[in-house]
Design a binder for this molecule. Structure first.
Ligand SMILES: [Fe+2]
Length: 737
């Protein structure tokens, strides 16, 4: 999702950077010593079977070295390009055996159904039971998530947000007599993925793990070594003999959305990556004007521009928003250098127009600075209403400069403030900051304006901005997802909140220019709640229902030693809960909560028109983020279905590992009653517990922009083998591997 080493990106035109020879020499020697120690230690811990695997692995690598691969091929000759071969994994680490750590304490986010899958398949027919709603026919559900191709849990740091992006989709293919669901999964062929899988000697991921960056116990020395290793590998990738140059370090593993004729896989350490639907092939990086590999399109610099820091300014939020009325794509870019956040708006220009309210004069805004932010932050999501944007400057830093302050690169400061910057969509210079107590927010559900007609001026004026978010009272989720102990909270003033993650309501007052006041800020429910979403075609305006994930087994924050698993989907009637909260004087600012029931109490409740509905999975089954698809001509806002992948953990063996034949299902759940599973698609393999998904309609798939080339496995010119440089290069890669 993010990484703080993204400053290592090189643009096309940049020559490899030179490092000061003295410093480079020192770092190289330190790195060499460390890696030698590390390798020695690994070898010492296993003299028999493991050593055999090591030798076999290196031998296999050596054999592979005579068959390097990979390059873009013209789509006009589809037989010659290829994704990774269906059914066969890309090159994997030559250390397949679990480490000592794995035996004693498997990483919770790399075991069970969090463990990566290594088999990719093209569109493959699936059996199903039930009735597939006609609104889904011709469309496709796709979910993104990290699926590390080179990091088995070898005792190294790892984090749920690490890992190469893998897209897993179910296309509802139209047939003469109805519909045939087809499963497909593909890696997103990023520069990092292609470089990793075509490398002969890499055994560990090119990028440092987020777990290393968030761990307070990580030494400055260790982090510098890992960063320099990445720098060397990036430089190496751009020198002769490489199959794939690393120009951008995003692994595109977080979200997926559709805008203006393009499917876009997202991750905040780079620009969006265009992918094709329904096959999920990787097309190329999108810069706000065109994607690599597209036929035609606009030329010129896009996100980031052409300046010295342009490579940072193209890092784009994993959660851009598409205005369902105008078709505009609204997004921000968070960087390490002042002003730290930039902001872009991309109009829809591709026919057929998707907008229901075409803009009179579509305007493009690229990398406008957001004023008022004083340091680099971990900024994952934001709020967008029809007229305003809300940037969240929260006290969760993601700043390499923390190291010189003896703090982790990622650090949470509970004594600081949360700041919400609100501005008219096209005027970030008019930002107004609203401050409140420290918290973490990774996802917003919806943002909308309260507007009135000013009888005196005759103009429509915004009096309030409303926002619904999943609010955490600490950063413990960031640590637990890396299997890292969260720092103990500092005792402040006795008002600390217990560790929780709840659906929160904020209202920012806009009609008083002299003071920036938050009218309301309270929780709608006490149950754990994350991965919120709404009826997207009605979002940015007021909506009644918010859908998302909950757990009956704990909280989303404190989960060290085990992964948070979702066993409940929830639907909130936010209209009712917000009204109750505003009327109830006992619901205090910040700590107030409207509905204090637990998940079990809600499940057991017989309240008529209960504002909270829970879909609880059968015992042992777990699910993921749901996405709402509306019924055509539905009568109510919730008239539609929730789509989500589910997994039955009775398919785990006695060690907690997935059996080779384990499979997942895609469930289609009636969103009105939050009870009926109208169809179950039986997939041909399992889908890991991942991050964000989306549903793409038949119209969207048909309206994709034409493509000239796609990414695929490259082939190296074997006539270049055997030179002295390549021998040196091989040695360096083996040394850094
Ligand atoms: Fe996210």
């Amino acid at each position: 999702m993010f990484t703080s080493c993204s400053h290592l990106v090189f643009r096309d035109s940049d020559p490899p950077r030179r490092v000061h020879p003295t410093l480079a020499g020192y770092m190289l020697e330190a790195l060499r010593s460390r890696l030698r120690l590390s390798l020695d230690a690994r070898l010492a811990t296993s003299k028999s079977q493991r050593h055999g695997h090591l030798i076999n692995g290196l031998a296999k690598s050596a054999r592979r070295s005579t068959r390097p691969r990979c390059l873009r091929r013209p789509l006009s000759n589809p037989d010659v390009y290829r994704q990774p071969s269906p059914g066969s994994p890309p090159k994997m680490t030559p250390f397949p055996n679990p480490s000592k750590r794995r035996k004693s304490h498997p990483h919770p986010y790399l075991s069970g159904n969090f463990a990566p899958v290594h088999k990719t398949v093209p569109l493959t027919p699936c059996k199903y039971t039930g009735t597939i709603p006609e609104e889904l026919i011709g469309g496709e559900y796709v979910r993104n998530g990290g699926n590390p191709v080179s990091n088995e849990d070898l005792g190294r740091d790892a984090h749920w947000f690490d890992g190469d992006g893998m897209l897993s989709g179910v296309a509802f293919t139209r047939t003469v007599d109805g519909v045939q669901p087809e499963f497909v999964n593909q890696y997103v062929l990023t520069d990092v993925f292609l470089s990793t899988t075509t490398s002969k000697h890499l055994r560990t991921p090119i990028l440092p793990s987020i777990a290393t960056l968030v761990n307070p116990l990580s030494s400055l020395y260790n982090i510098i070594l890992l960063v320099f290793r990445t720098i060397f590998l990036v430089i190496l990738s751009r020198l002769p003999g490489s199959v794939q140059a690393i120009k951008k370090i995003s692994v595109a593993n977080t979200g997926i959305l559709f805008h203006d004729g393009r499917g876009l896989a997202t991750c905040e350490s780079g620009p969006p990556m265009r992918v094709s639907l329904p096959g999920l092939e990787t097309i190329g990086w999108y810069n706000g004007k065109r994607a690599e590999g597209e036929l035609g399109g606009e030329e010129g610099s896009g996100f980031g521009g052409v300046g010295l820091l342009g490579f940072m300014k193209e890092w784009t939020t994993a959660h851009p928003r598409v205005d369902p009325r105008t078709g505009e794509l609204v997004l921000f870019h968070s960087t390490f250098a002042p002003p730290y956040v930039h902001y872009s708006i991309i109009p829809a220009t591709h026919l057929p127009a998707v907008s229901t309210t075409p803009l009179d004069r579509p305007t493009r805004l690229l990398n406008a600075p957001i004023p008022g932010i004083s340091s680099a932050k971990m900024m994952h999501d934001f709020g967008v209403s029809f007229n305003h944007t809300v940037i969240m400057d929260l006290p969760l830093s993601l700043d390499p400069l923390n190291l010189v302050k003896n703090k982790a690169v990622v650090a949470y400061d509970p004594a600081s403030k949360s700041r919400f910057g609100v501005f008219p969509r096209h005027s970030p210079e008019q930002i107004r900051w609203f401050e409140t107590k420290a918290c973490c927010i990774f996802h917003t559900a919806n943002t909308w304006d309260d507007q009135v007609n000013n009888k005196d001026s005759g103009r429509v004026e915004t009096i309030n901005i409303n926002m619904l978010t999943s609010r955490l009272t600490s950063a413990s989720l960031v640590f637990s997802a890396g299997d890292v102990a969260a720092p103990q909270p500092i005792s402040l003033d006795g008002t600390e909140e217990e560790d929780q993650c709840r659906l929160y309501y904020y209202q920012f007052r806009m009609d008083d220019p002299d003071q920036n006041r938050i009218n309301y800020q309270f929780a709608l429910s006490a149950i754990p709640f994350e991965f919120p979403s709404v009826h997207e075609r009605q979002g940015m305006g007021w909506v009644k229902y918010v859908y998302g994930c909950s757990t009956s087994e704990g909280s989303f924050g404190a989960a060290l030693g085990r992964a948070v698993k979702i066993d409940c989907l929830v639907k909130f009637d936010t209209e009712t809960l917000i009204k109750r909260g505003k009327k109830d004087p006992t619901v205090q600012d910040i700590t107030g909560c409207v509905d204090t029931r637990t998940v079990q109490e809600i499940v057991d409740s017989n309240v008529e028109d209960d504002p909270i509905s829970v879909f609880r999975l059968p015992p042992g089954w777990y699910t993921q983020e749901p996405r709402f698809v509306s019924r055509r001509n539905g009568q109510n806002e919730d008239d539609g279905w929730l789509l989500t992948y589910v997994f039955d953990e009775s398919q785990l063996d006695s060690n907690g590992d997935c059996r080779p034949d384990a499979v997942s299902e895609l469930w289609i759940i009636d969103a009105r009653d939050m009870n009926t599973v109208v169809a179950r698609i039986h997939l041909t393999q399992r889908v890991t517990y991942g991050l964000h998904g989306n549903f793409f309609s038949e119209d969207q798939i048909k309206s994709q922009r034409p493509v000239e080339t796609i990414r695929g496995i490259k082939e190296m010119d074997e006539t270049k083998q055997g030179s002295l440089w390549l021998a040196v290069r091989d040695w360096i890669e083996r040394f850094l591997g």
